[in-house]
Design a protein around this ligand. Structure first.
Ligand code: ZN
Length: 272
């Protein structure tokens, strides 16, 4: 399936799929198919339809420069705008606008307080102008991710954390998730694996104090997907047509897994 992996374009699919681009391209594929069928080439037409739809599914669009013109075509159509936007659906970041789909409750300790505590405990340290992970912690963390990626303990691990009563593994068209029940949020499976393994790897005292809240910023140190080990790619929360879900917030830089089609890390906004 590597061919599929290479064809897939995370900029225009998964959470960043643009509905106007997709709709316009499916219409173009339908027109081309109908044209070929009309001139007596039914088999060619069938092949063109299959190839065209597969490319739209994998790459977001098949007609070159679609993102430049599709939104304008759609805007001119006499149908409600909402038809083309998925607002209200559970978004791949876990359903909270601006949230990053962490297992941790958004109201837990601030990122700064957590990083200070991690520094005191020796989990992270300064190295010149960079912050790096302690080697021993990193070894334990990656060992935990290996175990959770291949084993069946992820749900039980998540359920053992404070503030989480029950969890369930679910699979949707958008990917694989851990449903944290009672909080109605879906956490991407790669995020759940990374955070649960980070909590496991923490020194005892820190684990009790900051546990999940500390696991969230540690995801910034990931370079590969915790689930499939594919190198993460830079992306952003902006949608492909320049439209953005929440007009009051500027898009954030993210790291996504092109294979799982899920966001794994949302980088903090630069301090202004
Ligand atoms: Zn992955």
């Amino acid at each position: 399936m590597d061919v599929v992996g290479h064809l897939r374009n995370p900029d225009y699919t998964g959470e960043r799929r643009c509905m106007p681009c997709t709709v316009v391209n499916v219409a173009v594929v339908a027109l081309v198919t109908a044209g070929l069928a009309a001139v007596g080439r039914p088999f060619v037409a069938g092949g063109a339809a299959l190839a065209g739809l597969a490319l739209v599914a994998l790459r977001g669009y098949v007609v070159p420069y679609t993102p430049q013109f599709a939104p304008r075509i759609v805007a001119a159509l006499p149908v409600p705008d909402a038809w083309f936007h998925r607002d209200g659906a559970v978004s791949p970041d876990g359903g909270q606008p601006g949230g990053d789909g962490s297992l941790a409750d958004a109201n837990e300790l601030s990122g700064e307080a957590v990083l200070r505590r991690l520094g005191e405990a020796g989990v992270i340290r300064e190295d010149g102008d960079r912050i790096v992970l302690d080697e021993e912690f990193e070894r334990l963390w990656h060992g935990g991710m290996d175990q959770l990626r291949t084993g069946s303990e992820l749900v039980a691990a998540v359920e053992s954390f404070p503030g989480i009563e029950a969890a369930e593994a679910v699979e949707t068209d958008d990917g694989r998730w851990i449903d944290v029940q009672g909080q109605s949020r879906l956490v991407p499976r790669p995020v759940a694996v990374a955070e649960a393994a980070a909590v496991w790897a923490m020194p005892d005292g820190v684990r009790d104090e900051v546990a999940l809240a500390a696991a969230r910023p540690l995801r910034q140190f990931l370079e590969e997907c915790p689930v499939c080990e594919t190198p993460l790619e830079a992306s952003s929360t902006a949608s492909c047509c320049g439209g953005h879900r929440n007009p009051r917030q500027t898009p954030q830089e993210t790291l996504v897994c092109p294979e799982c089609q899920q966001r794994v890390v949302t980088l903090p906004r630069p301090q202004s």
